[in-house]
Design a protein around this ligand. Structure first.
Ligand code: AMP
Length: 298
């Protein structure tokens, strides 16, 4: 596996692969790689002849009060893992390489979908995410790029950006990879003490309970929201940020669950702000699993 911190070298390597007839698959990450990232890289491996991953802790998407300085950066370990996970080339730029003229004055506006939920808690977050993803797309020139359902609002916004700005990249969605007790893998789980780690699956518990209720016929989204808030509220080590039930297409809050709806939660557990979500099984007979398998849309 090749490793480069230089955008020009990255572009040249991808261009060479394209000229050799390969389709470039791309997995952008912030590093501290885990099994969730592996799943994205595997999806890229299956869909593309040449697999690129990037590791860049993007300052633009962190609010001043957030964990930019503390974010884990185990670069040596990440290099080994990326190679084992099947990457052909790893892009590890520094801040000066990505923002060589300082913070960008022109940024991608996430629009109304980027106004709520995560954005309300983290103002400026999605403009930072979309701007860096657009920049990375321009450096790599992928045919396909892969994102985790774990960050469902981010995934929806990237799909919207690609479609609204006619960016010629197919977006692949990869189901959330979880610990055996349901906790979604996240680089931020490393912040948890053993007690907090034991409490953290409460997010998935609230979502699973919501899915069970919907499968049993509950259609009132307010009941689902109240139950999710109650479950998380009952865990002394968790501080609820939000619960939501939104239409999986429009991301509007729903009152009745009569089509594909997604339940989302965000909570602070000790120093870590954790998020998770689950597609609700609204069709009779549907299972509790997220149903959109590593599909490419757009
Ligand atoms: P991050 O390094 O946290 O910015 O994540 C990079 C990519 O990995 C994003 O597309 C995330 O949605 C995805 N990702 C993070 N955690 C998981 C997980 N547990 N399962 C699947 N994908 C994930």
């Amino acid at each position: 596996m090749e490793v480069t911190a230089r955008a020009v070298a990255m572009w040249e390597a991808c261009e060479k692969a394209r000229q050799g007839g390969a389709r470039v698959g791309f997995v952008p990450t912030m590093g501290a790689l885990h099994e969730g990232h592996r799943s994205l890289i595997q999806a890229a491996r299956m869909g593309s002849g040449f697999v690129v991953a990037s590791i860049f802790v993007n300052p633009l998407q962190f609010a001043p009060t957030e964990d930019l300085a503390a974010y884990p950066r185990p670069l040596e370990q990440d290099r080994e893992m990326a190679e084992r996970m099947g990457c052909d080339i790893l892009f590890t730029p520094g801040e000066a390489e990505i923002y060589s003229h300082g913070p960008p004055q022109v940024r991608v506006d996430p629009g109304p979908l980027g106004d709520r939920l995560e954005e309300a808690a983290r103002p400026g977050h999605f403009a930072g995410v979309l701007t860096v993803v657009a920049k990375l797309f321009n450096v790599v020139g992928p045919a396909r790029a892969y994102f985790g359902e774990k960050d469902a609002q981010q995934l929806a916004l990237i799909r919207r950006m690609v479609s609204d700005l006619d960016i010629p990249v197919a977006v692949g969605a990869v189901p959330t990879v979880r610990e055996p007790d349901g906790l979604a893998l996240s680089s931020r789980n490393a912040y948890l003490s053993p007690e907090e780690r034991a409490a953290a699956p409460v997010l998935f518990e609230a979502l699973s309970d919501a899915a069970v209720r919907v499968r049993r016929g509950e259609r009132n989204a307010d009941v689902i929201r109240a139950e999710m808030a109650r479950t998380i509220g009952a865990e002394p080590l968790a501080r609820l940020d939000y619960v939501a039930v939104v239409d999986d297409d429009t991301w509007e809050d729903v009152s009745e669950i009569r089509s594909a709806a997604r339940a989302l939660v965000a909570a602070r557990v000790g120093p870590a702000r954790l998020i998770d979500n689950l597609l609700l099984p609204w069709r009779p007979g549907e299972t509790m699993q997220n149903s959109d398998e590593a599909s490419t849309k757009g």
